[in-house]
Ligand binder design. Structure first.
Ligand SMILES: Nc1ncnc2c1ncn2[C@@H]1O[C@H](COP(=O)(O)OP(=O)(O)OP(=O)(O)O)[C@@H](O)[C@H]1O
Ligand SMILES: [Mg+2]
Length: 377
């Protein structure tokens, strides 16, 4: 699988006499993810196949299977269901997962669109719930980044957040020093999302590094940019060691209320950060609700979308038929993402795909927030 071509050639292969790979969904540092058909008649699944270059390394294979087994214990609505690791006829280990229909959060963060807190908040809240469950079971993600958070369609067309790849960064640790395929990001975590202590020593991270990454993701969703000024991977690694995060309100004074939250979430000293995912989630809810106890900016009666938005999206895409929730329209709809930013993405989501996903998020945000508040209230 040296490049997209080789992974794509796996399409049609049958694993374990039962799972036929029908479509390549994407590739990362560790392997490739396929949609697979169950020849025994079960539902379609996603299969993550370890890269052939890594299969030769016994320690990598062992870790892949061990971490895959641990992941099967993580059963939570915001964690992708892992059914188990398995080994193909040729010795290649693979992971069988619930198949998700959606887009990685990276499709949004790469567009540099700023999302209002009432959209970004529930997404990050769900990520924190996923982390809380994993941390309770002793599993640290270690490579939380927008590529590993999927916005997917759940039952009844509801929008759901799913964190993928729990613990798999350990597999890449085991692959240290192997060939061109093991890029720095895959080995240690991902520059831009790694906490200062993780940059210093990737092996000695704890749950609070995941919280740092969740803070970076939240910051990026709210502002459309990184919390640290750096334009290449090395600068991204060093910036967190020497610089403070850009104050969240610098370009958007309306975000001032979030300043204290991000001072803790992105504190260089690990002791100054939120101590747990639950604590961070609680703080998020308190800020989102504001002094009135209600989340600011949630519009109860949706006004018609602004004319400028309609014009830029003409003809407006119909909402996905599965989405049943009433569509609350945020006070400021984000601008359409620049197409070149999307083209640079591996397996580029088209603007219309992104728009459909965005509509899905907007449409479902009302129901999600209602559930969120009900759950907290
Ligand atoms: N269970 C799933 N259902 C549907 N798509 C998935 C599933 N798991 C992963 N994907 C998609 O497959 C693609 C490849 O995922 P993969 O984890 O291999 O790459 P990555 O996250 O970009 O990099 P990394 O190897 O660092 O995790 C991604 O676009 C991801 O959104
Ligand atoms: Mg991944």
């Amino acid at each position: 699988m040296d490049g997209v071509g080789e992974a794509a050639r796996m399409v049609g292969a049958v694993l374990g006499g039962r799972l036929r790979l029908v479509r390549l969904l994407g590739e990362g540092g560790m392997g490739a993810v396929f949609e697979a058909e169950d020849l025994a008649g079960g539902p379609r699944v996603a299969v993550k196949l370890l890269h052939p270059e890594l299969v030769a390394n016994e320690e990598v294979r062992r870790r892949f299977v061990t971490e895959g087994q641990l992941a099967t214990r993580l059963v939570h609505p915001s964690i992708v269901r892992v059914f188990g690791p398995s080994v193909a006829e040729d010795g290649t280990p693979y992971l069988v997962m619930e198949l998700l229909d959606g887009s990685p959060l990276a499709a949004y963060t790469r567009s540099h669109v700023a999302f209002p807190p009432e959209q970004a908040g529930p997404i990050v809240y769900a990520v924190l719930q996923a982390l809380a469950e994993a941390h309770r079971q002793g599993v640290v993600h270690r490579d939380l980044k927008p590529e590993n958070v999927l916005l997917a369609r759940g039952e009844g067309g509801r929008f759901v957040v799913k964190v993928v790849d729990f613990g798999l960064a350990k597999v890449m640790d085991a692959a240290g020093g192997m060939g061109s395929r093991t890029r720095t990001g895959a080995l240690l975590g991902t520059p831009g999302y790694m906490s200062p202590e993780q940059v210093r020593d990737a092996k000695r991270v704890d749950a609070r590094s995941d919280l740092w990454a969740a803070g970076v993701i939240f910051y990026e969703l709210l502002t459309g940019r990184s919390p640290f000024e750096a334009d290449n991977p090395i600068a991204k690694l060093t910036a967190v060691l020497v610089a403070d995060a850009i104050p969240i309100e610098r370009d958007a004074p309306a975000l001032e209320r979030w300043r204290g939250f991000f001072e803790r979430a992105l504190a260089r000293e690990v002791e100054a950060r939120f101590a747990s995912a639950d604590e961070m989630a609680h703080a998020l809810v308190l800020v989102a609700r504001g002094p009135t106890g209600r989340p600011p900016g949630v519009i109860q009666t949706p006004p018609p979308p602004p004319a400028a938005v309609q014009a830029s999206y003409a003809p407006p895409a119909p909402p996905p038929p599965e989405v049943q929730a009433p569509a609350p329209v945020p006070s400021t709809l984000p601008a359409p993402p620049p197409s070149e930013a999307l083209e640079a993405h591996e397996g580029p989501p088209t603007v219309s795909l992104l728009l459909a996903a965005l509509l899905m998020v907007i449409a479902a945000a009302g129901g999600f927030i209602a559930g969120w508040l009900a759950g907290r209230g």
